[in-house]
Design a protein around this ligand. Structure first.
Ligand code: ATP
Length: 269
């Protein structure tokens, strides 16, 4: 019930500086920032911005972070919904929720709507697990009609994220809908080091910790995994009542996170 409630817009402080790497994505999204900062100016120059952007990439690689950074850079309100929330709703509620959200965003335009896990509402219609998918279809249909209903250069940009673009209903990807894709990759060693630096800022880290070595020894880790590693290390350090996180805490945390990833059978070879 609580999940079905429409959240108010958030004011976001995230900027592109909070995002390590992903330079290509940031460059593309800079255009969206310019548009949101001044939609009329953009319009007067004859620019036409894609209404919907689909961010595609593995879990935990910064898709949500990037969307928030666009809102933060442009200084516009950020509305967010998660696709899987709709799965628990009664028929009709999801569609209404989508409609309300778009109306609210239009009232506050310029604004961003972010739809996480769009694959859970946007998977191919008629390809469900049997009956009872009215709810999802209605929600998807509502979303499609909202995307089609925008006025030219109305100041609302819809960003959506998925790690399963292959299962999306093709209707979502047609021109005027999510017709631009932004690919987000797992971080390189250099970017893993930057992510570690970013997420160390609010932690006490001992001088003996070698971030470069940690970055080198964590191939396949996503930004979320690295953040998790630092949080685990902080817990371990606390358990030993240390004044700062030490290299040995990080080593232990890395083994733990790595074991979790192996158990899930993902990414790490
Ligand atoms: P999901 O598909 O699971 O929703 P996502 O791609 O949206 O994941 P985020 O939620 O953006 O991932 O990132 C998860 C966490 O990892 C965030 O707290 C974020 O700060 C951190 N993170 C991921 N990528 C980066 C990055 N490139 N730079 C800095 N932090 C990152």
């Amino acid at each position: 019930e609580s999940k079905a409630k429409l959240q108010d817009a958030e004011t976001v402080n995230t900027t592109f500086d909070d995002v390590a790497g992903l330079e290509g994505a940031k460059t593309e999204l800079q255009e969206v920032v310019s548009f949101l900062k001044d939609p009329e100016q953009f319009d007067s120059l004859g620019g036409e911005l894609p209404r919907g952007l689909l961010m595609v990439g593995p879990p935990g690689t910064g898709k949500t972070l990037l969307a928030r950074a666009v809102a933060g850079e442009a200084g516009v309100p950020f509305f967010t919904i998660t696709g899987s929330d709709f799965m628990e709703m009664f028929v009709g509620v999801g569609a209404k929720r989508v409609r309300d959200m778009f109306n609210k965003a239009k009232e506050k335009e310029p604004a961003i709507i972010f739809i996480d896990e769009i694959d859970s509402i946007g998977r191919k219609r008629g390809a469900g697990l049997g009956g009872g998918h009215d709810e999802r279809e209605q929600t998807l249909n509502q979303l499609l009609s909202e995307l089609d209903g925008f006025e030219k250069n109305e100041g609302v940009v819809v960003m959506a994220a998925t790690n399963r673009p292959d299962i999306l209903d093709k209707a979502l990807l047609r021109p005027g809908r999510f017709d631009r894709q932004i690919t987000v990759h797992l971080p390189t060693q250099e970017h893993r080091e930057q992510i570690l630096e970013i997420h160390s800022q609010n932690k006490k880290i001992s001088d003996d910790v070698d971030m470069e070595e940690i970055a080198r020894s964590t191939p396949g880790f996503s930004g979320a995994d690295l953040q998790n590693l630092l949080n685990e290390a902080a817990l371990i350090a606390a358990r030993y009542k240390r004044k700062a996180i030490e290299q040995q805490d990080i080593d232990q945390a890395r083994d733990k996170v790595m074991m979790g990833l192996k158990r899930e059978g993902i990414r790490l070879t």
